[in-house]
Design a protein around this ligand. Structure first.
Ligand code: PNS
Length: 160
């Protein structure tokens, strides 16, 4: 039984995240999308909003669940009995940071392995930061996020 976690901030979830979730769910038996309760980061969406958006997008994926966590990822993995971390790699620039974190997590718990999925070429430029930057100027974000989230993202900037 291979249980994996795909951790991240998901502020907001993008087509790139969805692609990794879909592909990872086909590799492992059970995939938990772990949404970081990053109280120190100034998130656009609350933890509850981020969890609910991913839950909406994954409701037809029977082996995918969504959970929030705070504290260390390796501690949360022990709690939920997961041993695999899934991360997406968009470009070489992601690699240095991701390698360091993967190695540090493995040192913390040698049962923990990180697997990297390369981002689909059509999403290799895409990040939550890019979505927010375009949305903040009222730009077109229809290629970045599912249509049902577009208004919710624009609304954040209208009320700020
Ligand atoms: O989407 P992000 O912001 O790139 O995700 C980063 C994340 C959530 C994977 C990373 O910050 C994390 O695991 N944070 C939990 C705290 C922790 O375990 N820190 C040590 C490894 S960074």
């Amino acid at each position: 039984m291979k249980k994996a976690i795909y951790p991240g901030s998901f502020d907001p979830v993008t087509f790139g995240h969805m692609d990794i979730i879909t592909r990872a769910s086909q590799i492992v038996d059970e995939l938990v999308v772990g949404v970081l309760n990053n109280s120190s980061k100034n998130s656009l969406f609350s933890l509850e909003e981020r969890v609910s958006m991913i839950t909406e997008m994954t409701e037809n994926m029977p082996n995918v669940t969504v959970a929030s966590f705070d504290g260390l990822l390796v501690d949360f993995m022990k709690e939920i009995d997961a041993t695999i971390i899934v991360r997406g790699l968009r470009a070489v620039t992601d690699f240095e940071y991701e390698l360091q974190i993967a190695q540090a997590n493995h040192v913390q718990n040698s049962d923990v392995e990180t697997i990297f999925l390369t981002a689909d070429l059509q999403y290799s430029y895409l990040s939550s930061t890019i979505v927010k930057e375009f949305a903040s100027y009222g730009g077109d974000i229809s290629n970045f996020v599912p249509a049902c989230f577009i208004d919710r993202i624009y609304q954040k900037y209208e009320t700020k």
